[in-house]
Write a protein that binds this ligand. Structure first.
Ligand SMILES: [Zn+2]
Length: 310
């Protein structure tokens, strides 16, 4: 029996396989008990650290990594940070972002508020960029290896990071302790039941898709809720955005430029701009698309994000 890394249930169902760039081919297993899907075997933290080397920031046509983070994603992250910062500006506090990359998001928060901001980032080059070019404090390391002070932060942001970790539940437990009582964690992550589809489809056709961004876990909504509850969190709000790039690929949706730049974030930053009817329609499409076997291209990043503010 292959034990589930989260709940220790039996994960004997093999959905297919995928190729993790620079690591090799792995199976995709599904846990019968908690429904999470995951890479089997999981790579070592050291192997992952090597993956997130400088090419992660500028792949220059190489098979893995972001195309150009600073140019293509940085400005949107800065705007996201400023949007959050603007809501925080009345009370001082302390915010930590796990996997902050170049620190554009925390820079935005600091710009728009009087909050103290900190970042943790696995890529030395990304952290160096943030420190020298944006003037934000970023520690280099991964969540598994870092010591965090107890009851220290008011908000911890985990944006598109949890699915990359070798031990996501242990990471959440660590963040729980680092939060002040009453503190909040903000998670943004793809809906795993959708994110996994391109790999499963390709496997059914006899092929193996390369996972360029090392998604090691695929959490369906029920699985992340269960994991959070077991870690001690109470879900305060959850918002689903939609499968943007699937619609773009189908020609059904032509996003505004700003939204297109945020392809990897889905429409998360814009939900309030849509009418109730439009949101209901998008939500319906999100439910229908996976059952039709339509997903985003594996190279385009997670398109189907969900935010859980806890
Ligand atoms: Zn499980």
């Amino acid at each position: 029996m292959i034990p589930c890394p989260l709940c220790r249930g039996a994960a004997d169902q093999q959905l297919g396989q995928m190729a993790l760039s620079r690591i090799g081919e792995v199976e995709i297993r599904r846990c019968a008990k908690c429904s999470v899907m995951f890479s089997h075997p999981l790579p070592s933290p050291e192997a992952l650290r090597q993956c997130y080397a400088s090419e992660y920031l500028d792949a220059k046509g190489k098979p893995a990594g972001y195309f150009n983070y600073v140019r293509d994603i940085g400005p949107a992250r800065l705007r996201d940070g400023r949007e959050l910062g603007a809501t925080l500006s009345f009370v001082p506090g302390r915010l930590l972002e796990i996997g902050c990359c170049t620190g554009h998001f925390i820079k935005g928060v600091a710009d728009a508020s009087n909050w103290e901001v900190h970042g943790l980032e696995i890529s030395e080059e990304a952290a160096e960029y943030g420190r020298t070019r944006l003037g934000v404090e970023i520690a280099v390391g991964n969540i598994e290896g870092v010591d965090l002070a107890d009851s220290h932060y008011d908000i911890i942001c985990v944006n598109d990071v949890l699915q990359h970790l070798v031990a996501p539940q242990a990471a959440l437990a660590k963040l729980y302790l680092a939060l002040k009582p009453g503190g909040k964690i903000q998670l943004v992550m793809p809906d795993g039941s959708f994110d996994v589809l391109p790999f499963v489809r390709e496997a059914k056709a006899g092929g193996t898709l390369v996972s360029p961004h090392w998604h090691l876990f695929f959490f369906p909504q029920a699985a992340i809720r269960r994991t959070l509850a077991e870690t001690g969190f109470r879900v305060m709000s959850a918002e689903r955005s939609m499968a943007l790039s699937a619609l773009v690929d189908l020609g059904l949706f032509k996003p505004a430029r700003g939204e297109f730049d945020r392809k990897s974030r889905g429409l998360l930053a814009h939900p309030r701009r849509r009418s109730r009817v439009m949101r209901a329609l998008l939500d319906l499409l999100e439910r229908v698309l996976p059952s039709l076997g339509l997903g985003h291209e594996s190279g385009s990043g997670p398109a189907n994000s969900r935010s859980a503010e806890l």
